[in-house]
Design a protein around this ligand. Structure first.
Ligand code: ASP
Length: 342
């Protein structure tokens, strides 16, 4: 169940000296708010937002903190609809003139997508920092408190302006557009590949490496259109793409191989999608590089583009799906206009 509960002046804020910036921490759940149940051995939601903040030594000297509880769920349960509600809740906090920026605590599994959804939909330039933890609050090595400290530090730092929404864990600052989770259990999991980190935080100091490029801004539609995502593979018979079309998708992202290629059977299925007016975007499963119109055989990237597919460039498939959803929300299924977004 999602709710928005505001607790001003809790945790670290209780003893904050006057004159410090106000930072709102919006909590959504994930490992950072979990503890391992000694009976079952499974990590389960256990820690409130106020308790999370109270576990961070020194935070009260950095900012005046307010906690907003949005949800307490594992991020595998997140969805574009839930991120739309989160975007509204964060937007409300940012609209308050005294708020310097917002920290969002979120499970790491879908953080790369959630942060990008908010990057696309939040107005203004105030900092928004997603953070979380790989080790839960009962672990001998909890990384949540340090990550929270760094996230709040980043919101308050003059070196960290105009980065949009970032994913900041283990000291590294990643742009929402480029970040990927790359390791299932290690604290050094979020990386930005060949695009590089935006910055690094240590000892309460932010070092800036890069600016965030290629940011887009789109309105939140009343309802989000149905956009399917299909990852293709050697020997794919195209049935998943055909199913997505028959299931009523308005848009479709096909994650191809290499520089954005599919086999002949999938090409046939994509031709079917296009004939039904389904806007089709081609991304790649390769983590670095971009989709390029190189190959002219049945299913090659050049052929797909000539046939009316949009190439996703270096945007990964899951994020291309979110951009396509919001783009269709703004332009409708107009491939020519949607192409300008990618
Ligand atoms: N299962 C967790 C989640 O994504 C993993 C984490 O938070 O690190 O909610």
């Amino acid at each position: 169940m999602l709710c928005v509960a505001v607790a001003p002046g809790v945790g670290a804020a209780a003893d904050a000296p006057a004159g410090l910036p106000t930072v709102v921490v919006v909590t959504t759940g994930g490992t950072i708010a979990e503890k391992t149940d000694p009976t079952t051995g499974g990590a389960v939601p256990a820690v409130s937002g106020a308790d999370l903040l109270a576990a961070v030594p020194g935070l009260a000297a950095v900012a005046k903190i307010e906690v907003v509880t949005y949800s307490n769920i594992d991020s595998s349960q997140m969805s574009p609809e839930r991120w739309a509600g989160l975007s509204r809740a964060v937007g409300q906090a940012l609209a308050r003139p005294e708020v310097a920026g917002v920290v969002v605590t979120h499970g790491t599994d879908t953080m790369a997508e959630g942060s990008y959804f908010l990057d696309l939909t939040l107005p203004g330039d105030k900092p928004v920092v997603f953070t979380g933890a790989m080790n839960d609050a009962s672990s001998p090595f909890p990384d949540g408190p340090g990550n929270l400290f760094n996230a709040v530090t980043q919101v308050c730092a003059p070196q960290a302006k105009n980065w949009g929404v970032t994913v900041t864990l283990n000291g590294y600052v990643n742009a929402a557009r480029t970040v990927r989770k790359t390791q299932t259990t290690n604290v050094q999991t979020f990386e930005s590949g060949e695009e590089g980190y935006l910055g690094y935080i240590t000892g309460g100091k932010v070092t800036r490496f890069n600016d965030a490029d290629n940011r887009k801004s789109l309105p939140l539609p009343e309802t989000l259109p149905k956009v399917a995502f299909v990852s293709t593979f050697a020997g794919d018979d195209g049935s998943l793409v055909r199913h997505a079309v028959d299931d009523g998708a308005t848009g479709l992202v096909v994650e191809g191989v290499g520089a954005g290629n599919v086999n002949e059977a999938v090409y046939g299925a994509i031709t079917y999608a296009l004939s039904k007016g389904v806007v089709t975007v081609i991304s790649t499963r390769v983590p670095n590089g971009a989709v390029e119109p190189i190959y002219g055989d049945a299913g090659g990237g050049l052929t797909l583009q000539n046939h009316g597919c949009i190439l996703a460039g270096d945007l990964d498939g899951q994020k291309a799906r979110l951009l396509l959803m919001l783009g269709i929300g703004k332009f409708g299924p107009d491939a020519a206009k949607l192409k300008t977004l990618f």
